[in-house]
Every structure is written in C-alpha cells, then in structure tokens.
Write a protein that binds this ligand. Sequence first.
Ligand code: SF4
Ligand code: SF4
Length: 293
Amino acid sequence: MRKFKKIYVEITNICNLSCNFCPSSSLGRAKKLMKEEGFAHILKEIKPYTDHIYFHLMGEPFLNKNVDHFLDLAAESGLKVNITTNGTLIKKVKEKLLPKKALRQVNISLHSFEANDINKDLDTYVSDIANFINEATEKSDIICAIRLWNMDTEELKASNALNDDILSMLEDKLNLEIRLSEELQHKTNIKLKERVYINMAEKFEWPDMDRDIIDENVFCYGLRDQIGILVDGTVVPCCLDSEGNIPLGNIFESSLEDIIMSERAKNMYDGFSRRCAVEELCKRCGYAKRHKK
Ligand code: SF4
Ligand code: SF4
C-alpha cells in the first residue's frame, strides 16, 4: 500500500484575512467548516496511508472551533498533526492547543500581516505569537516554525517593508541573542532555540489555470508524498490545488483506496514518473518546476 508522508486536511476554507497573494478571496468553492463526524470519517480512511496530517490548504484552521476535538481524535488514531496558521487567533486557542498530544508542529505565516490591512497593531500581533512560542517551548514538545515567505523574486515584488521591525520584535520577545536580520543575510533557515525555527523564502505563487503554460516536462511529489482533502471531501493531489481543479474523487462517497487507484490519479502518477505533467494545472505550477529532476 502506498504511504504518504503527509495528508493535508482543510478543516475550513474560511479565512479571517485576505492576503494580497492568496487565491482564497476568488475561490469558487462554497465556504465551509468541517464537522466532527466528517473529520472522524476522514481519519478512518486515511489512517492506513499516513502518520502525519496537516491542517492546511486554504482557510485559517483556528476558525474551526472544533480544532481541539479534532486533535483529540487524531491522538486516538495515533496520528500526528501539523497546523499552518496566519497567527492572528493564536492567543485565543493557546490554552486548548498546548496540552494536545497529537500536535507536532505549528507553522506561523508572519508574512500574512503586511499582505493585509489587519486591524491589529504589529506589536500585538507579534507579541501574541511570541507568547505562544515561549509557552509552547516551556510546556510542550510542540515545534514552532515562523515563516516569512515574502522575499522579492525576479518577477514578483512582495510586501516586506516591515521585515526588519518584525525581526527585531522577535529578537526581543523571544529573548534571542542573535541579530536575525544579519543572520538571515547568509541563510534562510535558522534554529532560534530548541524546537523553534524561522524560515525566509520568496513570495509564494499558487499554480493558476489562467496563466500560460510554464513547463510540461516536470516531476512533482503530488500524489507520491502527499495528497490533500478539501473541506467538502474532494481529494486533490497536493496542497496547492486551492480550487479543486484536479478532483480525484470525494472521500465522503468513495474509499481513499478507490480514489488513488482511479484512472485520473494513475495517469497523473505515471505521468510524473516519466517527468510529464498530464494535468493542465501542473503545467502551470511553479512548484513542479522547482522540483524538476
Ligand atoms: S492567511 Fe492563508 S488562507 Fe488566509 S488569506 Fe492569507 S494566505 Fe490565504
Ligand atoms: S505540479 Fe503543482 S499542481 Fe500539480 S501536483 Fe504538483 S504541486 Fe500540485
């Protein structure tokens, strides 16, 4: 049986932000919150296929008020959970998250702040996140990864004028003895303390059916290392198929086994084995290009 390194589960596609780089505001999908029965069904289906769930795809997972129950259900199934959040609600969920045994890692996208007109001040936003990280390192084994994925690329200008302020606030609030802006000149990944990391990367670009083809001769780990499950149960090959452009089946209607053995899924998988993007979205995906072999 094929095992996936990770399975993305979108526990909601609703977000409290509208980042200027995110396709979520133009999503054609109905806005939804996953219910507990739905999540329990997904767990039963995916358990033989993975050890790691990621609460992420589109949406802000902490808007789902059942997130703590989902973590308990994951623990009962012996699965570890990684969550990616924009960090705006982290203070509200802190107490219920920290004791959860299933919670392995929290990725916090700090680049969200400047990509929005957030009606919070930067100091409060960074303080809430730093308080979470400080408590998580004291009281739990949770890994915290700060993301600043807003570096300019050759083609794209990102929103990053506040980075220096954010970095010096982090130095102060996390009691760091390093100068982050200097260290990050030489490397993009830094371990800040035990189980706390920061990662800088270029502005992220989702694949887009409306753009020109980038390349057809590509390899990708979609459907090999990972799959995604949208909030309505649609199974997609990766975490980047934000619109469900490659619907392989619905986990509330078919078994995961049948979905990953379907003709469409097999064609896509075999295509990548030949370094060939069969699906139109994959021909327009910069992520695949980066993993070209
Ligand atoms: S926080 Fe994430 S889901 Fe929400 S708008 Fe920003 S990129 Fe999109
Ligand atoms: S090429 Fe892009 S869209 Fe296609 S499976 Fe890979 S990451 Fe997903």
